[in-house]
Design a protein around this ligand. Structure first.
Ligand code: NDP
Length: 327
């Protein structure tokens, strides 16, 4: 038996609890992993609270990522003792995930934990940090360079935002952080933001074309914020869109795209192929120092994730919440 968070659905109502689960109930997969740490992502908050239909099968163990040690493997790619991590692939949505002491998954879903990181640090980064790195890679791979000007990061105090600031600052960009939490200005500056602005400047409906300011944008907020960010992006600038913390809608005009040549780059971490995943983790291993990870993360036990899930949906979490599944 092992401990896990279980999400169940009865008579149309969804509920989540801490449960004892039998190893015989683990899903099919070539590799069984002794999970050490997972992390609470926004999507896990949606799954546990049931606020969005993220979970596609019941009962479900949530947790879209985890890091741990291979216990057994029928795949030649992995052997007992290997340090592995997993991000996405529908884990925690359609296949049992990381909020458990054990997981069983497909061999090709796993990656090695970079040498530099402990399992705990890998999950302080988690899917949010890996997605931030995919966003930064997308901007730079499309040719964005620091001399082009300021880069805006929205949802700045969140998981994606916090790590994006640290990575962009490290790559030499002048970062402007948009946040709803004025009290977090020092935290955001310590991560590398040059300037902090109020997210209300971006969250209301605005004109289709506005004064050009951003050379690039990392947006994890969507809705009017993303629309305004596009409308303020400089000629031939780049905007990455990865999130929907404000909303899934995109009430935009095509003006920034057809009159200023702005490019909107979509970022998906769940089904991203191996190569961009490895590139994103390589950037994290190279550019993130562990002091930044300590600043952005806090550890909770399995049971505490039930309350923390409410908090992340309420926008009350700063940085990353690491889940110690053995606590
Ligand atoms: P967090 O909850 O950690 O951060 C989101 C941040 O957005 C909050 O901290 C807050 O920052 C800001 N925010 C919250 N509510 C609102 C609102 N109503 N209007 C404007 N800003 C708001 O989540 P993550 O960083 O983990 O994830 C961010 C988004 O990215 C989520 O929507 C998530 O689903 C998505 N995501 C997508 C992935 C993909 O593969 N495409 C992968 C990972 C995440 P502040 O207070 O500083 O303004």
């Amino acid at each position: 038996m092992f401990r896990a968070i279980l999400i169940d659905k009865q008579d149309g109502a969804q509920s989540a609890r801490l449960a004892e689960v039998s190893e015989n109930d683990l899903p099919e997969g070539a590799v069984t992993v002794r999970v050490e740490y997972s992390t609470l992502n926004y999507k896990d908050g949606l799954a546990i609270t049931g606020k969005s239909p993220v979970v596609r099968k019941f009962p479900m163990v949530p947790g879209i990522d985890f890091a741990g040690v291979v216990e057994s493997s029928t795949s030649s790619d992995w052997e007992a003792g290997d340090r592995v991590l997993l991000n996405g692939w529908g884990v925690g949505e359609g296949h049992w995930g990381g909020f458990a002491q054990k997981a069983r998954v497909k061999a090709e879903w796993l990656q090695r934990v970079p040498e530099k990181f402990t399992s705990q640090q890998a999950m302080a980064i988690g899917t949010a940090g890996y997605t931030a790195s995919l966003c930064v890679d997308a901007l730079i791979d499309h040719g964005l360079t620091p001399d082009r000007g300021e880069v805006l990061v929205t949802g700045a105090s969140g998981g994606v935002g916090s790590i994006a600031i640290a990575l962009l600052a490290r790559a030499g960009f002048e970062v402007v952080a948009a946040t709803g939490k004025a009290s977090e200005a020092d935290y955001l500056k310590a991560l590398g933001a040059r300037q902090v602005i109020d997210r209300n400047e971006l969250s209301q409906p605005g004109k289709p074309l506005q004064k050009e300011r951003w050379a690039g944008v990392v947006d994890s907020v969507g809705s009017h914020t993303l629309v305004n960010a596009c409308a303020q992006t400089k000629y031939r600038g780049f905007v990455t869109a990865c999130g929907l913390a404000q909303g899934m809608d995109f009430p935009a005009s095509v003006a920034p795209f057809i009159l200023r040549g702005v490019s909107l780059l979509g970022i998906d971490s769940v089904m991203a192929p191996r190569e961009p995943r490895q590139q994103a983790w390589a950037r994290l291993a190279r550019d993130l120092d562990s002091s930044a990870l300590d600043r952005v993360s806090k550890i909770v036990g399995l049971e505490q994730t039930l309350q923390a899930a409410q908090d992340i949906i309420g926008g009350k979490i700063r940085g990353r919440l690491v889940v110690d599944v053995n606590r």
